[in-house]
Design a protein. Structure first.
Length: 95
């Protein structure tokens, strides 16, 4: 499967987190807390047509996104997006 990050296409595996795809490819997503929902350094903006296809954010993720100055309606944390075949070609951008 593939994901689109800032218009570039990257290989991904079902079950993998979007954060791990970005890191593997040297993209600028810190993920300081390594997915423990203790920061928002892996903030991404999901393309509007993909947003409703994602599993809804848990309250803990929403709390972290409240701390992001440039959060948008389609903001998510890449560490919380687990890729599935239904998300093949998911498109996000980095803020």
């Amino acid at each position: 499967m593939r994901v689109m990050i800032d218009g570039r296409e990257w290989a991904a595996t079902a079950g993998e987190r979007l954060l791990d795809v970005a890191r593997r490819n040297g993209l600028a997503l810190e993920g300081t807390c390594n997915g423990d929902l203790a920061c928002a350094t892996c903030h991404v903006i999901v393309a509007a047509d993909w947003f409703d296809r994602l599993t809804p954010a848990r309250e803990e993720e929403e709390d972290m996104l409240d701390l992001v100055a440039d959060a948008r309606r389609t903001s998510r944390l890449a560490c919380q997006i687990v890729l599935t075949p239904a998300l093949d070609k998911l498109s996000v951008s980095l803020p």
